[in-house]
Every structure is written in C-alpha cells, then in structure tokens.
Write a protein that binds this ligand. Structure first.
Ligand code: AMP
Length: 281
C-alpha cells in the first residue's frame, strides 16, 4: 500500500494502476475510519480492480464555528486498517496541497446545496462538491463509493457528476449501524455516555415514521409530525430538521407515492448527528 501526499504524484500512480490493473475505485473519507468506511472499501473491492482511499479533513466544508480543529485524526491507525483491507493507494494530502494559497475556485450545485444540512451549515456542500471534484481530477477513478449515511451528499454529488459530465460512476453503499441502530459516524466518538444513549432518538424517530408509514399514512406532514414528536421525547436533543424529500432533488414531498428520503439531523451537546431511511410505497 502506498501512502501519497502530493496530488501530482497521486495522479501519476493512479494512472499507472489503472493502466496495469483496470477499473479504479475511489473511496473518499475524512479518516477516523470505522466499519461504515470499511464497508465502502469492501464494496469497492468487489466492484473494482484497484482501490484508492482518500483521507482528507476538508476545511472548506466546515463552518467557522464547527469542529474542523478537533475533528478526530489518526492517519497511522487508519492506514493500518486500510492495509489489512488490501487497499493499494492512500491519498492523504496536507491542506496546502489541496488548497494552495489564493485558491478561489468553487464547484457549486445550486439550490440543492441549500437543502437539509446545507440550510444549517451554509457553504458545507460547496466545500464537499469542490473537494470531491478535485479528488476526481487528481485520482481519475472509474467508480467512486459513497455512503447512504450522507444521503444529501450523494444526491448532490450525483447531480454534479451529471451536470459536469464527469466520467465516474457514483456507487452508493448502505448505512452501517451499531447493533442498537445508531448509525456509525466518526463524530460518535465525541459523545458522552449520556449523549450516546440520547443519540438513539434519531434512529427511533425514523423508526416511528416507518411504523406510521407501514400503517398506511401517506401524508408527509403527518409522518414528519410523528417523527418530531419522538425526537422531542429527549430534552437533551436539539432538533435541526426532520424532513421527507425526493431522494434525487431533495425537494420536500407532500404525499408519498414513490420512494422518499426521510432525513433527520439533531445536536447533542456539541455534537451534530444525522441519519436517514428510505420509505418505499
Ligand atoms: P466521512 O469520513 O464522514 O466523510 O465519510 C466518508 C464516507 O463514508 C462517506 O461517503 C460517508 O457517507 C460514508 N459513511 C460514513 N458513515 C457511514 C456509515 N455508518 N455507513 C455507511 N457509510 C458511511
């Protein structure tokens, strides 16, 4: 496994691997790897001939008061995990290699970037689409693997790829959860014991929506109300949003007649968590 920090060297090695071995799969991450990330790597293994994983805590997707500085970073143990998975290339650039002094160019998926997390985290998706398009240009993957955990991110990246004719196939992998239902996240490590217990309310609120849906409720507003009621059960949890939207456009739905995304975000202490499910009528 080669660990590369320089974009030009990465492109050189990545092109070489593609020529030698075939389809290259990229798994973009911010590190602090857990089983959710590793499930992406394993899916990438099954669908590609060579794998590159990027590890980059991207400053441009964090707001000025967010957790960029304290985001967990452990490159050494991440590399040990990836080596065990048989990953061929790791791209872990320093910030100034990705954003040289004076970088002022952005990739923006307009409209969609202001929905869901984009509303409470202005500029977040602009940072995501900019760094992901840079990674695509540096690594030149045939396939790129993303988790359904970040469902809005998936929709926005798919739209960017379509709109800009990027030659990469976006592959989406299911959410990996703890046995009790909590979605794995690098940010779960911030949670105190009490907050960890409270965090389950996100999943419970989604399950509540699913139950009502299974009973036949198709009115999105009523489903949202039942989910929010469940969220409100825990006073330690500050609701950000619980919405039912079209999974491709992220536009709110009124009546459910086709598959929809139920997405939730909440803050526990200083930790912001997200989760989602899809309802299939
Ligand atoms: P991150 O390091 O948080 O930026 O995540 C890197 C990739 O891993 C993204 O595509 C995430 O959607 C995905 N991911 C994070 N957590 C999970 C999870 N619990 N299950 C599946 N994929 C995940």
């Amino acid at each position: 496994m080669k660990v590369v920090t320089n974009p030009e060297e990465m492109r050189f090695l990545s092109r070489g691997e593609r020529t030698r071995r075939g389809r290259l799969g990229l798994v973009p991450t911010m590190g602090a790897l857990h089983d959710g990330h590793l499930s992406l790597v394993r899916t990438a293994r099954s669908r590609s001939d060579v794998i590159a994983v990027s590890i980059f805590v991207n400053p441009t997707q964090f707001g000025p008061t967010e957790d960029f500085a304290k985001y967990p970073r452990n490159l050494e143990s991440d590399c040990a995990l990836l080596e065990r998975e048989g990953v061929e290339l790791v791209f872990a650039p320093p910030v100034d290699e990705m954003y040289p002094h004076g970088a002022v160019t952005w990739v923006v998926v307009e409209g969609m970037s202001d929905r869901l997390c984009g509303r409470s985290r202005p500029g977040h998706f602009r940072g995501v689409t900019t760094v992901v398009s840079k990674l695509f240009h540096i690594v030149e993957p045939d396939l790129a693997f993303f988790g359904q955990k970040d469902a809005a991110q998936v929709a926005i990246i798919k739209r960017m790829v379509r709109d800009l004719n990027l030659p990469v196939s976006i592959e989406v992998c299911p959410i990996v959860r703890e046995p009790d239902g909590l979605a794995l996240s690098s940010r779960n490590s911030y949670l105190t014991q009490d907050e960890r217990k409270s965090a389950l309310v996100l999943y419970r609120s989604l399950m509540r929506v699913q139950e009502e849906f299974a009973k036949g409720e198709r009115d999105a507003a009523k489903l949202v109300e039942s989910g929010k009621k469940e969220l409100a059960q825990d006073p330690a949890v500050l609701q950000d949003y619980l919405e039912i939207v079209d999974p491709d456009s992220l536009e709110p739905e009124v009546t459910i007649t086709k598959p929809v995304l139920v997405a939730v975000a909440a803050v526990l202490g200083k930790t912001r968590l997200i989760d989602n499910i899809t309802l299939h009528p």
